[in-house]
Design a protein around this ligand. Structure first.
Ligand code: 8X3
Length: 254
């Protein structure tokens, strides 16, 4: 059952089982959107499925057949006007000299090729809608390189580049392409995964930082940008906590 406020709007959110993806699915459905919440892990989607207006879809975005099946499910349920490509991630903080090529491959696969896969599959539906929106969640790592970030930088610079090309290619189809580039966001999984489960090291990343961004903060920015009248395109939104004035300048207290 849909809410009334935005009942004509419908979005698919990838990487919806946790962090920014889960917060975005939750936020949009609270605002009255119908939301298709896509993630690989079924058990992690369960809590979202309890919320009115959220339809969970278990799907690995790097698997073309699985994405095609998700497309059919969404089409049968009425389609979408908005695609939020949130799924992605970082693995490792090694220098280029020490980096593991399999980590790099995984990051390229999930951040770039996964986004390509979902975008290609849903493009015809979004074009046909007439006022479609694609929002790619990249990162400040997609515009600023840093030591130990090379593999993630390469993947996110890649996703940033494809987002720019997509905006140029699809403007004629009245498709709005938004890029949200978050800096330091404290979520339960992003840094823990990047640091291969080292919880203490993950906590240290945020140590002393007053109010790093939360997943809900970024979800608010996403919800705002896709809810603006369709002719308004916030092309690129860089969002950082005040305590992170730049990639290299993080204010830590205590
Ligand atoms: C995450 C931001 O600063 O860890 O996408 O690269 S950062």
């Amino acid at each position: 059952m849909l809410h009334s406020q935005n009942s004509s709007r419908s979005a698919l959110v990838t990487g919806a089982s946790s962090g920014i993806g889960a917060a975005t699915a939750h936020r949009l459905s609270t605002d009255g959107w119908q939301v298709f919440a896509v993630a690989r892990r079924a058990e992690k989607l369960e809590h979202l499925a309890e919320q009115e207006g959220i339809i969970p879809i278990v799907c690995d975005i790097t698997d073309r057949d699985a994405v095609r099946k998700a497309y059919e499910q969404v089409a049968e349920a009425g389609g979408i006007d908005t695609l939020v490509n949130n799924a992605g991630g970082a693995l490792g903080v090694e220098t280029i000299g020490e980096g593991n090529i399999d980590d790099w491959r995984w990051m390229y696969e999930v951040n770039v090729l996964g986004t390509l896969n979902v975008t290609q599959t849903f493009l015809p539906m979004l074009r046909e809608h007439g006022e479609g929106t694609i929002l790619n969640l990249t990162s400040t790592a997609g515009i600023v390189a840093y030591e130990g970030g090379a593999g993630y930088n390469a993947a996110k610079f890649g996703e940033h580049g494809m987002t720019g090309a997509l905006r140029l290619e699809e403007a004629e189809n009245n498709l709005r392409v938004i890029e949200v580039l978050p800096g330091m966001v404290h979520t339960e999984e992003f840094t823990a995964k990047r640091l291969r489960g080292d919880a203490a090291a993950a906590d240290a990343v945020y140590s002393g930082v007053e109010k790093p961004l939360s997943a809900e903060d970024v979800a608010e920015v996403i919800a705002h940008s896709v809810s603006l009248p369709h002719h308004i395109n916030l092309d690129q939104i860089v969002v950082r906590p005040v305590a992170q004035a730049a990639q290299h300048k993080v204010i830590r207290k205590g």
